[in-house]
Design a binder for this molecule. Structure first.
Ligand code: 9MR
Length: 368
């Protein structure tokens, strides 16, 4: 695997790499350290783009991560660097350094970067509690979306505009998750966000993103019904929505609803919407411990999912939420009772391929 550009791999002027990483400004942190063939030129070609989420701190701390991304993916998405929690230190202020550093890494290695996420009920800084009226909420939402989307116009071509609108227990198709935004703006914050984003970058792909749409148990079916209802509502109102993101944080022990998911995606295509898998990984805490068996079950489940969502037509992009088991949220959110390491992603903790990656290759049409 060729070393990616702009990740420091050696110390400079007697300063250790660790010191450099701690002290230098973002641009210098990613200064060119490893010339040579661009990874973009040698990474596999695929019919469907494959990407992965990455956090800047992990990228800075482990050169293997940048190498894996640049050598395997054609796009990245920041895990949190574009969320309000990272971008918005205070009212009216924007801190773009981290997101810019990731955008720089992407550009230097010929990778696209997706945007995640403009509007979410979570990851809001404390100061947003001061927003206490309809006018203030609309002003804050507009300022944020206009500023962020304009800044990355032409560089981020696909945005998760609104994330996770559907509650985990959607009793009615009309149920929506409460948030700061819904408290002051009602449901109109959703179309509003899409319209502001479209004005800020008329060429961007605008995506509605959610999770737990993939299974056939009653709860996920209800969630899917509410998601479908929302999508139709937006389309009926001529809201500029271009694609639907299925996060696909898969529950390893549950069966993917192949038929239900396939007909859902077919309906999206029929209504002119593209479909992306945006955050694929597998929660393996309830799977058997032996590694080979577990990896095989994970790969089989990913295969079931991808068979369902690609049956009606090609995905617009497929992204995993991380690329290596070393850098994943799953060990925090879904640790195993037997304390064995989780194995949720396509590469293991040492960046070795697992059967999960073979399934990605198969469904993204990787050329030899
Ligand atoms: O993996 C992300 C974790 O590191 C963050 O602490 C958390 C809050 O910002 O968000 C996690 O990513 C979530 C994503 O933004 C939306 N879908 C679910 C993801 C996993 O929780």
């Amino acid at each position: 695997m060729t070393a990616p550009r702009h990740i420091p791999t050696s110390s400079k002027r007697g300063v250790t790499r660790r010191q450099l990483l701690r002290t230098a400004p973002a641009a210098a942190l990613l200064a060119l350290a490893s010339p040579g063939a661009r990874a973009a030129a040698i990474r596999p070609r695929r019919k469907i783009p494959y990407g992965a989420a990455v956090a800047l701190d992990d990228l800075r701390g482990d050169p293997r991560l940048g190498a894996a991304l640049a050598g395997t993916c054609s796009q990245i998405v920041p895990v949190s660097e574009l969320k309000w929690s990272e971008l918005r230190p205070a009212p009216g202020q924007f801190a773009f350094e981290k997101a810019d550093a990731l955008a720089g890494f992407a550009a230097d290695n010929g990778l696209a970067m997706r945007g995640h996420t403009l509007v979410w009920y979570a990851a809001l800084p404390d100061w947003t509690k001061e927003i206490d009226s309809e006018a203030a909420a609309e002003r804050a939402l507009r300022e944020h979306i206009e500023t962020v989307v304009s800044r990355y116009r032409g560089r981020i071509r696909s945005w998760d505009v609104v994330n996770e609108v559907i509650p985990d227990e959607a009793h009615q198709p009309t149920d929506r998750r409460p948030s700061l935004w819904s408290r002051y703006l009602g449901e109109r914050y959703i179309p509003l966000a899409f319209r502001i984003a479209a004005e800020a970058d008329p060429k961007a792909q605008l995506v509605l993103n959610d999770y737990d749409i993939e299974f056939g148990d009653p709860r996920c079916r209800r969630k899917r019904a509410a998601f479908r209802h929302l999508i139709r509502q937006l389309q009926d109102a001529d809201v500029p929505i271009h694609a639907v993101g299925l996060q696909c944080h898969l529950h390893g022990e549950m069966a993917v609803d192949r038929a239900g998911l396939e007909s859902f995606v077919a309906e999206l295509h029929g209504n002119g919407l593209k479909c992306l898998v945006t955050e694929l990984d597998v929660m393996d805490q309830h799977l058997p411990a032996p590694v080979q068996r577990r990896d095989a079950l994970v790969a089989a489940q990913v295969g079931e999912l991808l068979a369902a969502v690609t049956a009606p037509g090609p995905l617009d992009a497929l992204l995993t939420w991380g690329i290596s088991d070393r850098y994943s949220w799953i060990p925090y959110a879904a640790p195993r009772a037997d304390k064995r390491p989780n194995r949720p992603l396509p590469l293991d903790r040492e960046f070795q391929r697992k059967p999960f990656m073979d399934v990605i290759d198969q469904f993204t049409g990787r050329e030899a």
